[in-house]
Design a protein around this ligand. Structure first.
Ligand code: UGA
Length: 395
């Protein structure tokens, strides 16, 4: 692809697209910390801590904590059926979880544009400003995609969805993202990335037809490995963060469901995805905000002042990878909760293969913003960050 927005040596112009608004949408207003160079999850989640008990570690959702159902009823079912109604008999019928999230939004929009039938599901939690998620939902709605409010942990909702719509594929992109936030709110990672994923697989295994599943793992599963570039065959048993551990656990859970129930499953190891409508918790996003506001930013460095680098991957490339994988997915082989023959099981890296030092990212931002950043250099936190990522995508 020849997007002008790419970062890294494969980029023709080596600059970032940092816009979060487009002509078709009002500008979003992400939540930023009042302090320098960081991101703070908004409102209720900021009260979360490792010592949280009860439900306080779940992000707030508009209806879920009050117990009121936010789905169901005739109008809901009408919109669901309409969103899944074929424009033509070809194409796929796809449930996209996390459809109001960064990657889910772009994947849903592209699927719909090319004629697939898409239904979105998102819990609209406030890990970052839900207003940005509503903006994405509104844009999808205008293109004919219904993004319903609901949670992958809601088993009754999942059962109902698969009863009403014969999904051919599930694109599972709902997750608790963010590497460093796992120190503050570990339970959210277990709740979403392990428990929620298992509930989704349970629903898929019982559905008739069983859908093929494509889901978002992470490059963080390579953890403390020093071999580069990362190959899908490399070991993934040394996670450096709880986030990575939950993604690794989910990969093994997927393997078990594939083996036992004949679910066709493909896991995608995304690498630091950036682009329009991106996540406000990511460094490129809050660095931009802090530089513009004159706040200090913190740049991490490795031992002996070595650079920390990421294989920053542009969203269009991720979307292309997701759709390619969807189109080559084979059908699940189970029925009535039992498998007949072995089903497809795949794992792919989705990266740019061209790592960029964070110091260079900051230089690019300074050039584009025409503002000198107020920088503080600190040692890379030993609480989960890794020094570099670099994908091998030859598989
Ligand atoms: O590739 C992945 O697996 C992961 O990529 C990102 O995680 P990360 O690469 O840590 O992305 P950022 O938080 O945007 O950090 C980018 C780089 O900036 C550095 N950084 C971050 C924050 C900061 O204040 N200073 C700083 O130098 C980090 O060490 C990192 O090298 C996503 O946030 C994860 O959800 C995803 O799974």
């Amino acid at each position: 692809m020849t997007s002008p927005h790419r970062l890294g040596s494969s980029s023709p112009t080596s600059h970032l697209s940092i816009s979060t608004a487009s002509a078709s949408s009002p500008p979003c207003s992400p939540t930023w910390s009042s302090g320098p160079s960081s991101f703070s999850p908004s409102s209720s989640s900021s009260s979360s801590s490792p010592s949280s008990t009860g439900s306080s570690y779940f992000h707030r959702r508009r209806d879920h904590l009050s117990g009121a159902a936010s789905w169901g009823g005739r109008e809901w079912e009408r919109r669901l059926r309409k969103s899944a109604t074929p424009k033509s008999l070809s194409g796929h019928t796809v449930l996209v979880t996390g459809a109001a999230g960064f990657v889910g939004f772009h994947v849903s929009r592209t699927l719909r544009q090319r004629g697939d039938r898409v239904v979105g599901l998102d819990n609209f939690n406030d890990y970052y400003d839900p207003g940005l998620k509503r903006d994405r939902q509104n844009i999808l709605s205008r293109s004919g995609v219904f993004v319903m409010e609901g949670d992958i942990n809601d088993q009754a909702l999942l059962k109902k969805l698969f009863d009403v719509v014969p999904f051919t594929h599930v694109m599972h992109l709902a997750a608790q993202a963010g590497v460093r936030y796992a120190m503050q709110n570990p339970y959210s990672y277990v709740h979403n990335n392990i428990a929620g994923f298992t509930k989704l697989l349970e629903a898929c295994k019982s559905a008739n037809p069983q859908p093929a599943i494509i889901w978002a793992s992470s490059s963080s599963v390579y953890g403390l490995n020093s071999k580069v570039p990362f190959s899908e065959k490399d070991r993934t048993d040394r996670p450096a963060s709880l986030y990575a551990a939950t993604k690794k656990a989910a990969e093994e859970i997927a393997r078990a469901y594939n083996h036992i129930y004949g679910l066709s499953i493909t896991g995608l190891r995304f690498i630091t995805v950036y682009g329009p409508y991106g996540r406000p918790d990511m460094a490129y996003f809050f660095f931009t905000k802090d530089i513009l506001n004159g706040n200090q930013i913190t740049i991490y460095e490795g031992p002996d002042h070595s650079s920390v680098a990421r294989d920053f991957t542009y969203i269009d490339d991720i979307v292309e990878g997701c759709l390619g994988v969807l189109d080559t997915s084979k059908k699940s082989t189970g029925s009535g909760g039992k498998k007949t023959v072995s089903a497809q099981l795949r794992t792919f890296n989705l990266g740019n293969t061209s790592p960029v030092p964070v110091t260079k990212l900051v230089r690019i931002l300074e050039k584009l913003l025409k503002v000198k950043a107020n920088k503080k250099v600190l040692p890379l936190p030993m609480n989960g960050d890794v020094k570099f990522t670099h994908a091998n995508i030859k598989a």
